[in-house]
Design a binder for this molecule. Structure first.
Ligand SMILES: Nc1ncnc2c1ncn2[C@@H]1O[C@H](COP(=O)(O)OP(=O)(O)OP(=O)(O)O)[C@@H](O)[C@H]1O
Ligand SMILES: [Mg+2]
Length: 294
């Protein structure tokens, strides 16, 4: 959607426009707000169930290998929880079960109150997932994919177009909108997947598997800023990352896994109180997952 089209839409929606130069980001926010104002009941109905993510007694075995053992985890609306742990700890397995890609050996997961394995369509409708290894339909263009996602998730086309413009601006995807997904670089593919989630209606329940890895510094900064803003607007985020500075910056609470077990959990303050010799999240993490290297 071009700036002139946004202006035309703003006039149709009777958004007061001053004579001063109008920033496109401001105009987009005003248009989206006006859409919300026109359908207050729909916006109200979209409030998330609490907890938005609920994982109970989760276990996953691959043959004799236990990838996840008796995991309990909740994420409330307005909260970012960090799932951290060394390679092979079970983070991706947990997120893949949470998003319904693989089934657990035991235990239950609920998304926005819906059981992922008995109310699958409703549960999947509520969750946004960034996989560890981004993949997507190679023969769609970025624009086709984003609009396809908006249709699957029942977003009215005019709202989808404005939201797509908002996030294409944020993630600087303009020049790639009509490129085939199969031709995109890893970081740009990841951005397209991100926009494919945010074109949907907020608030979001997000399962993000190493979402920062692969993005350049500006993309990473924009995604972190966006996640923080979404938290303040009531979204619920479960994020796995190895980048502990990112975890410390973003997350309200942590669940630290090691070889399928939870070995620590809580806020950074709680973890530091409990582990007196650790000075930061990195030292808590190293202490709980094999010891601080000498
Ligand atoms: N499909 C599978 N078949 C067999 N074993 C698997 C499968 N998927 C995962 N595993 C094993 O389960 C364990 C947990 O893997 P997982 O990918 O969840 O770890 P992770 O915490 O995401 O690690 P990383 O930080 O490297 O991404 C590992 O030992 C892995 O080899
Ligand atoms: Mg992983």
């Amino acid at each position: 959607m071009k700036s002139e089209e946004l202006l035309r839409l703003a006039r149709v929606l009777k958004i007061p426009l001053s004579k001063r130069a109008i920033r496109r980001s401001w105009l987009i926010e005003e248009i989206l707000l006006e859409f919300e104002r026109r359908e207050p009941e729909t916006a109200q109905a979209r409030k998330l169930h609490s907890p938005a993510i609920q994982i109970e007694h989760l276990e996953k075995r691959f043959g004799s290998k236990v990838a996840v053992r008796d995991l309990e985890l909740k994420v409330n609306p307005g909260e970012i929880v960090g799932l951290v742990g060394p390679n092979g700890a079970g983070k991706t397995t947990t997120l893949r079960i949470l998003t319904g890609i693989i089934k657990p050996t035991r235990g239950a997961v609920k998304v926005n109150g819906f059981n992922m394995f008995s109310e699958t369509v409703k549960a999947k409708h509520c969750i946004g997932y960034i996989p560890e290894k981004p993949t997507c339909y190679p023969s769609l263009t970025a624009r086709e994919y984003i609009m396809f996602m908006s249709r699957i998730y029942d977003v009215p086309p005019e709202i989808a177009l404005v939201r797509m413009r908002k996030y294409v601006d944020v993630f600087q995807l303009d020049e790639f909108l009509d490129a085939y997904i199969g031709t995109l670089s890893k970081g740009n593919l990841q951005r397209v997947l991100i926009v494919g989630i945010f074109v949907r209606n907020p608030p979001y329940v997000l399962a993000l598997d190493e979402p920062i890895y692969g993005l350049d510094p500006r993309g990473a900064w924009n995604l972190k800023a966006l996640i923080k803003r979404l938290r303040s607007e009531g979204s619920a985020v479960l994020i796995s990352t190895h980048i502990l500075e990112v975890a410390a910056e973003l997350c309200d609470r942590f669940v630290i896994m090691n070889e399928g077990d939870v070995v620590g959990r809580g806020t950074l303050d709680t973890l530091l109180q409990y582990h007196k010799d650790a000075r930061n999240l990195e030292e808590v993490f190293l202490g709980l997952t094999g010891g601080i290297p000498q």
